[in-house]
Design a protein around this ligand. Sequence first.
Ligand SMILES: *Cc1c(COP(=O)(O)O)cnc(C)c1O
Length: 485
Amino acid sequence: MRKGQGETGLIFDEPLLWEKGKEGRVGFSIPASDVEPSALDDELISPGPDFPDLSEVDVVRHYTRLSQWNFCVDTGMYPLGSCTMKYNPRSNERLAELPGFAMAHPLLPDTLTQGALRLMKELEDFLKEITGMDAVSLQPAAGAQGELTGMLLVHAYHKHRGKPRKKIIVPDTAHGTNPSSAALCGYSPVRVNSGEKGILTGEAILDLMDEDTAGIMVTNPNTLGLFEENIREIASIVHSKGGLVYCDGANMNALMGIVRMGETGIDVLHLNLHKTFSAPHGGGGPGAGPVCVKSHLEPFLPVPRVIESGGTYELSEDFPDSIGKVHTFYGNFGVMIKALSYIRTMGAEGLKRASQLAVLNANYIKEMLRESYHLPYDRPCMHECVFSDKYLRAYKVTTLDFAKRLVDYGFHPPTIYFPLVVNGAIMVEPTETESKEDLDLFIEACRCIAREAQDSPELLKEAPRASKRRRLDETSAARQPCLAG
Ligand SMILES: *Cc1c(COP(=O)(O)O)cnc(C)c1O
C-alpha cells in the first residue's frame, strides 16, 4: 500500500515533567542582584507547589512532544460520523484574533462594542437565510445546549397557551443527546422506530401523537445519514394535535443551499457552528449551538438579544416572555467570528458547493466499500454513510477490531456502534475538505483491513500495533484512567 498519513517510527517518548526536572536547573538567567538580600516575613512566603526545575528547552520539548501524540484534523483525515471534522481554514482564526474582537471585555457598554454587536446581528441574519427560519439566538454553547434551549422554548410555548404537556417523541435514529435534552427539560421521551427505509413514516407518528405530547425531535439528516423525506407529513400530523417540531440540524453540512429547513414544517432548529460552520472542535473547546425559530417561538428566545435601530446596535433584555439566559453574557463570541468569516468567505455558492461535495464524498466511500463492508440501508446517503460488521463477523472480527486496525493505517477511526439501530455500526463522515486522493487512501486502508479479516484475523485482534499504546482494556481505561503518559 502507498504510504499513508500516519508515521510509525519516531514516536517520541516523554516522561512527566517531574521526572525530567533536575534540581537547580532554570529557564532564565538574570543579572546577579546588587542589593543586600533582606529577610521577608515568613508568613508572606508560602511553600507553594513542588514545581520541577527545568530549562526552557526542556519545557518546549515536553509540550511539543506531547502535542505530537495527538491526532487531529491538521494531521490527517478524521472521518468521525456525525461530528463533521472538516478542516477549518486559518483565515477564520486570524479574524478571531483581531485585537478589537479578542480583547473586547463582555462588560463594555454597547456604545463601545458596536462592531461586535453588528457581527452577531449579521451572523443571525445569515443563519436565518441559510435555514429559512425567522429568528435566531446565538447564545447556546453547544449542540446539546441548543437542544435543551429548544426544549425550553417548546415548554414555554405550551405553558404560555395554558396547556403544558409531558411527552416528546424521539426516533430511534436521533442523536443520543436528543432524548437526554428532552428528559433534562422534564419531558418523557417516547421512542418511535424508523421504517424499513431507515426513515420515519407518517403512520408511526400518527399512532403516537396525542394531546399530551409536546412535539417531536427529529434529527435531519438522521444518524443513518438519510434525509427524513416524510418530514412535511410528520410535521402536519404533529401540528394537527397542537405539538411542535424540533429539528436537530447539527448535520446541516449536508444541506446548505440545498434545503431550506424552515420550509419543511419545523418550528425550531439548532445548528452546530463548531461542525458545519468551521469552528474547530473535538478537543472540548468552546462551541456554539445557535437556536433558530419560527416567529411564534421568537418571544421566548434567550436574552440578551441584539437589536438594531437606525444603524445602532444594542443588547436588550426587554423580552418579558423570554426563557432567560442559558449562558453567561451572550455565548461564545469567538466561535461566532469564525462562523461569520467562514460564511462570508464561502458565499452562497461556496456553501452550497461544500454541501454538495460533502454528500458526494460520503456516497463515493459508500460505493467504493460496498463489496467489503455490509450496508444495512443501501440507499443514497447524505453527509455520512453507515456500514455494519456483518461481513467481518464471519471471521470473528468486530467493528472494534476494524476501528483499532485503522489506527495502524494512520486514520482516525470513524464513529462506531452508533446509531444503535445498526448492529456493529461503522459511521463514516469524510466531509468536503478531503481530496479524492485522501479518500482513496482511506478506501484502500479499509479494503486492506477487510482482506486481513479473512486472511489473518489475529492481526486485527492485536491492533493497533504501530501506535504508542496497544489496545487498552476499554473498561478499565474509562474507569481507572492512567494520565501519566
Ligand atoms: C454533534 C451532534 C449533537 C451534539 O452537539 P454538541 O455540540 O456535541 O453538544 C447533536 N446532534 C447531532 C445530530 C450531532 O451530530
